[in-house]
Design a protein around this ligand. Sequence first.
Ligand code: CP
Length: 314
Amino acid sequence: MTTNPFTHRHLLGIQGLSPSEIGFLLDLSNGYVDQNRRADKKQSTLRGRTLINLFFENSTRTRTSFELAGKRLGADVINMQVSTSSVTKGETLIDTAVTLNAMHLDALVVRHPDSGAVKLLSEKVNCAVINGGDGCHEHPTQALLDALTIRRRKGRLSGLTVAICGDVLHSRVARSNIHLLNIMGARVRVVAPKTLVPAGIERLGVEVFFDMRAGLADCDIVMMLRLQNERMSGNFIPSIREYFHFFGLDYAKLAQARPDALIMHPGPMNRGFEIDSDVADDVERSVIREQVEMGVAVRMAVLDILTRPDREAV
Ligand code: CP
């Protein structure tokens, strides 16, 4: 049996993980991809365990795939509706965490609009906490599922050139991917208008391009990002029409990338804003639906690994 190098109590971000920890999670996820393609997808690894999804922001992919992941591993899964919870009566994040903790959870998945909120919460509970996205900070399981998608298609991460394009400024997906791809030896570019690039991003080990055609030249992966209007205060782009003209992914711009370059998008997509609909649906090049499939497997691996210490202690 392979030694488990993953010794963290929580998964709060990609930053700080080692190549062997990431590699181990991806290998474990790969096995769950096979399980999820079988008719009987269920096993009892987490039987008797309880998972709560606590989402303070909307989600389709992350919340549903964590629910499926928990159920396929045999756990009891509760999706807490924040809009009908006592949060609406003024209960704080910490009091909510302490209240849930008293119910003896085994894992808590949290999405919150504030960067750092998930870490704060993790300090108040006894169970494993997984960051389902905190503000503009990190979305670690998204980066892991993106890495799994790339690794299965390209056979490696190391040495690939990945262009992350669009609203980098407001994107936790971009940050987690930049960390993971750098840790695993890929070359990372960010491609965006100046208004959507955080100051000093070069310090994270990326090359910055303000011209989409130059940024996509000979890259292996084109990773598009949504314009995160919900995090914007003020105008960051002149108009959607102009943004699409210069930074929307269409076949003319894609022609600069390698002929076998993969098209990725974490979703939800805004078709016609950051990506042309035909490009998004191109069955030869786009792996957007595969990313969703990988999401369930990665979340099963994360739940499995983070609950192992408690399971092994029984
Ligand atoms: N990619 C992603 O986090 O999607 P959801 O917001 O639907 O979870």
